[in-house]
Design a protein around this ligand. Structure first.
Ligand SMILES: C[S@@+](CC[C@H](N)C(=O)[O-])C[C@H]1O[C@@H](n2cnc3c(N)ncnc32)[C@H](O)[C@@H]1O
Length: 437
């Protein structure tokens, strides 16, 4: 560890959530996790194969899940968090003015709580603006080590100019860390797809559109000379002077995984299907523009189209931005976690991209107004916006929903609990609607 560190008041204490929205300092060693639990609101508790929406504080949710179920048995491949930036601005949906020391401990304690659940090739993406990003980088250096720093991505969040300000700030910063270090992590991260326009989904593959290439390789290789039977019944050998692209056992595995395509109505020579992740693509730049990754305003327009009768959520992130992050840092089936869920963008995109996800959001109101109805719209196929067409999303899948009460201090008051109960009812209504078709 570096001998230069950031100091803040009460750094040696831990920060725990109390009540609906508050925090309190406690002794690091008091280790009071006695109250940690999760209470299911859906039919089942989140399990090893579930996606899950947890209502509560991120730290409490992780502690409760750890104790009550095995959703974290598969390690986390990607963490994306977009916590309150601490801008002191007047934000409607959550508190964006925190004591700085508390904010720093809040970030540190939640990153530390995630650590034991991270996969070897995990990465952690923390989305911030200039209010705290320089201090957050110190915190991340301390938690993961300076050698874990991968990049700081500049995301252009708007393309309109504020003429009243000294500078019209139009970017956020996303700090990217990988505990295995950038060189090792690079091996498992995905490159950007060069050009997806030519990808097609000729056989409605649920994994999305693909391109294809001949299943042959140059030269004669004895282990790659065998007969392949096409769906129309033709028996093919490799063309003269060439071999099949892989040995027979590999071919059979690819065939079973629906990765082989026979053109000409099943009578043509085999071709290998290449999904966007498998196409040799581009190393990501660290500056991301609006044409590819959207803006805060485009994210708001998407939410307004989904919920025309609701006031708009303050700071949603565009699905295109999350699509890029999730694409780079994970593969289908892997677990993506967001501890500051907001309107649910991370979960919505992870779901459409066939990742597993765990999303935690503390505000019951936000879950009721945005997160829950949005995720139901994704599952039911009613959300045609965002990255739905890019991911060929038509609906499907499911998720569990549970409540993580504060693990420290007094339980929620009656009024606060009433909000959670109302949510239970809302969930049942959503489920009834879904099962009615
Ligand atoms: C900037 S917003 C996230 C926006 C989100 N990325 C989206 O696209 O909608 C931050 C969210 O974190 C939530 N939050 C704040 N503190 C939290 C905590 N300790 N645990 C869980 N959620 C928290 C807030 O209620 C707010 O909805």
């Amino acid at each position: 560890m570096s001998d230069i560190t950031l100091q803040w008041p009460n750094k040696d204490l831990a920060l725990r959530a109390v009540g609906a929205l508050g925090y309190t300092w406690i002794d690091q060693n008091s280790n009071e996790l006695g109250n940690a639990e999760v209470i299911r609101l859906s039919q089942r508790l989140p399990g090893r194969h579930s996606n899950a929406l947890l209502i509560g504080d991120g730290f409490d949710a992780l502690a409760g899940l750890d104790k009550a179920c095995d959703i974290l048995a598969d390690k986390i491949r990607l963490v994306y968090i977009d916590p309150p930036f601490n801008t002191s601005a007047d934000v409607q949906c959550y508190n964006d003015t925190m004591d700085r020391a508390m904010w720093l401990s809040m970030l540190r304690d939640r990153l530390v709580a995630l650590q034991p659940h991270l996969a070897d090739d995990a990465s952690i993406w923390v989305h911030l603006d200039d209010s705290e990003v320089h201090r957050a980088r110190f915190v991340m250096d301390e938690v993961f080590g300076e050698g874990a720093f991968v990049a700081s991505v500049i995301w252009q969040k708007k393309d309109t100019r504020d003429s009243r300000a000294a500078f019209s700030n139009n970017h956020d910063t996303i700090l990217v860390y990988a505990p295995s270090g950038p060189r090792k992590w690079k091996v498992s991260r995905n490159l950007l797809v060069k050009d997806t326009a030519h990808l097609e989904n000729k056989d409605n593959d649920p994994r999305g559109p693909w391109s294809d290439a001949p299943f042959t390789a140059p030269g004669y290789r004895a282990a790659q000379q065998y007969s392949i039977k096409t769906p129309s019944g033709k028996v093919l050998r490799p063309p003269r002077g060439r071999s099949w692209y892989a040995t027979e056992p590999t071919y059979l595995n690819l065939l079973a995984d629906d990765r082989i395509w026979f053109p000409k109505n099943g009578s043509g020579s085999p071709r290998i299907k290449l999904f966007s992740e498998q196409l040799r693509g581009l190393v990501p730049f660290t500056v991301w523009g609006t044409s590819e990754t959207g803006t805060n305003d485009s994210a708001k327009r998407h939410l307004m189209a989904l919920f025309p009768d609701k006031p708009v959520f303050d700071t949603p992130k565009p699905e295109e931005l999350l699509e890029r992050i999730i694409h780079i840092a994970s593969r289908p089936g892997e677990l993506v976690v967001d501890l500051f869920g907001g309107s649910g963008t991370t979960a919505a995109v992870a779901h459409k991209m066939r990742r597993r996800w765990l999303l935690v959001e503390r505000s019951v109101q936000t879950v009721s107004d945005f997160t829950l109805p949005r995720l139901f719209a994704v599952v039911s196929g009613a959300d045609a916006g965002g990255v739905s067409s890019a991911t060929n999303w038509k609906g499907g899948g499911s998720f569990e929903i549970a409540y993580a009460p504060p693990s420290y201090g007094k339980p929620l008051s009656k009024t606060e609990l009433w909000g959670v109960k109302a949510l239970h009812k809302q969930l049942q209504d959503c489920e009834r609607l879904l099962s009615a078709g």
